[in-house]
Design a protein around this ligand. Structure first.
Ligand code: NAD
Length: 496
């Protein structure tokens, strides 16, 4: 059977890329079996997608919002019916376990449900009789003419989304459903590393009744991204990915006059207090560090143990992590799949070498774990006695490598967390409300958690980090996303 070639989705049609440009071959990271070929499209293809989105802007923007969200209601039903098949594609091309793939799709569906509330979310506000004008009164007795003021929220036009490999179905759903519910049209450029599940997600929009051009997708790499973010007909750009690329996207797109939000990289710290519930802390840290094989912007990859907390936490973590079954994500009993590709695997292996060289104690060596000899696997790895200056503590590894830093006091722990140049999320495990409150008020991160491993994004709440984890103003999801994908318009009325 011929290897499938990823197709674009433009003006409601699957569009094959017949150009003879560069391509990327995608293979299953667990087995090496070929999955498909992705075209690194030309800027002309990006222009074609923007042209289709521009053609649809006026009609879609003036379609009543109640009619727009009917397409999302239908889409949700279609997606629910196909959730299993799409999860299989995620497992095949990305390597997640089936449970992780289904979980990520569920979180995406939450975003669709949130977007169906657009008739309420987009509502404006009115203040009647904000002032009285006397200049055009017919008689003195009239006392003046009332002035009313109102603010509406209106769509922006064509919006662009550029997404990373680690959640190929969910992250696009932070963007396009709420954007189109608000009356915009959309062009998505998915990651070139696992675009087939995103393609399946977008292909299903065809049957939901969206008019042609409302949702478009074009494959490619930096050339396509850079054309989309500077295209004169594009109004806004949402980006999720690494900090280096996010900084570039933010600077370039804002200089081109676009509204931009960039959700970027991370190095998340969890604080464990001596009074924490031991089982909950061990459970939370394991899930946070090794879930999704550490390829998560919310992965808690550094744990700061206060006082003697490390004395029970580290043996507990090692004991549990040793029993994590590593293998192909589709196999039953497997709870940790491979990394997305050989580069990602080699990156994790390089950091393990660096940790050893820097003098951290290798409490669990993921290179020696029982796992398939072929494929992009690295087992759960735990470094104890790491220090804040080591690369394994400072830099985003994006793999299953956890570093434990031991400190004396809560203040030392907070200082360690705040020294990071990132600020996506931080959590604390403690039994003390006073300690939790101090953490909440002093830690510099956009997403905080108390006694949870991951303060996961919820569709109804804004989601993003601080510092180098985010560039922009309005975050993804929640009310922020409605404000991001609309602009306000004020009307002042006086009837003479
Ligand atoms: P990446 O930055 O390599 O790629 C993201 C997107 O940018 C892809 O679509 C890619 O094609 C495009 N791109 C890459 N180089 C580009 C360039 N020079 N110019 C223009 N576009 C370019 O990220 P990734 O490796 O796919 O994803 C992992 C990263 O994403 C991690 O750093 C992770 O923390 C981050 N992430 C952040 C969040 C968040 O909400 N903060 C969520 C998920 C992932």
């Amino acid at each position: 059977m011929a290897t499938p070639r990823a197709e674009h989705h433009i003006a409601g049609q699957a569009v094959p890329d017949t150009a003879s440009g560069a391509t990327i071959e995608i293979s299953n990271p667990a087995t090496g079996a070929p999955v498909g070929v992705v075209p690194m499209s030309s800027v002309e293809m990006a222009d074609r997608a923007v042209a289709a989105a521009s053609d649809a802007v006026e009609g879609w923007g003036s379609t009543p919002v109640g009619d727009r969200v009917q397409c999302l209601f239908r889409y949700k039903q279609i997606l629910e019916a196909n959730i299993n098949d799409i999860a299989d594609i995620v497992v095949e091309e990305h390597g997640k376990t089936k449970a992780e793939a289904i979980g990520s799709l569920r979180r995406g569906i939450d975003c669709i449900e949130f977007a169906t509330s657009a008739p309420v979310l987009m509502m404006g506000r009115t203040l009647p009789q904000i002032a009285v004008s006397t200049s055009f009164c017919r008689t003195e007795d009239e006392g003046g003419v009332g002035i009313d003021s109102q603010v509406d929220r209106v769509p922006l036009g064509v919006c662009v989304g550029i997404t990373p490999f680690n959640f190929p179905v969910m992250v696009p759903m932070w963007m396009w459903p709420i954007s189109v519910a608000c009356g915009n049209t959309f062009v998505l450029k998915p990651s070139e590393r696992d675009p087939f599940s995103t393609m399946a997600e977008i292909e299903l929009t065809k049957d939901a009744g969206f008019p042609p051009g409302v949702i478009n997708m074009v494959h490619g790499g930096p050339d396509v991204s850079n054309r989309l973010i500077t295209h004169p007909d594009v109004s806004a750009v949402s980006f999720v990915g690494s900090t280096t690329v996010g900084e570039h996207i933010y600077k370039t797109a804002t200089a081109a006059g676009k509204r931009v939000q960039c959700m970027c990289g991370a190095k998340n710290h969890s604080i464990i207090m001596p009074d924490a519930n031991k089982d909950a802390a061990i459970d939370g840290v394991l899930g946070s560090a090794f879930g999704n094989t550490g390829q998560r912007c919310l992965a808690g990859s550094v744990v700061v143990c206060v006082g003697d907390a490390g004395d029970w936490l580290v043996p507990g973590l090692v004991e549990r992590a040793k029993n994590i079954k590593v293998g192909p994500g589709g196999e039953s009993g497997v709870s940790m799949g491979p990394l997305v590709n050989a580069d990602a695997r080699d990156r994790s292996l390089r950091y393990i070498d660096e940790g050893v060289e820097a003098g951290a104690t290798l409490a669990l060596d993921g290179r020696a774990c029982q796992m398939p000899s072929e494929g992009c696997f690295v087992g759960p790895t735990i470094f104890d006695h790491a220090t804040a200056d080591m690369s394994i503590v400072r830099e985003e590894i994006f793999g299953p490598v956890l570093s434990i830093v031991r400190v004396k006091t809560l203040d030392d722990a907070i200082e360690t967390v705040n020294r990071s140049e990132y600020g996506n999320m931080s959590v604390i495990f403690t039994d003390s409300g006073h300690t939790a409150r101090r953490f909440q008020r002093t830690v510099q991160a956009g997403m905080l958690g108390v006694n949870v491993g991951v303060p996961a994004p919820m569709a109804a709440f804004p989601f993003a980090g601080w510092k180098k984890s985010f560039y922009g103003d309005l975050h993804a999801n929640g009310e922020d996303s409605v404000r991001f994908y609309t602009k306000s318009r004020v009307l002042v009325t006086r009837w003479l």
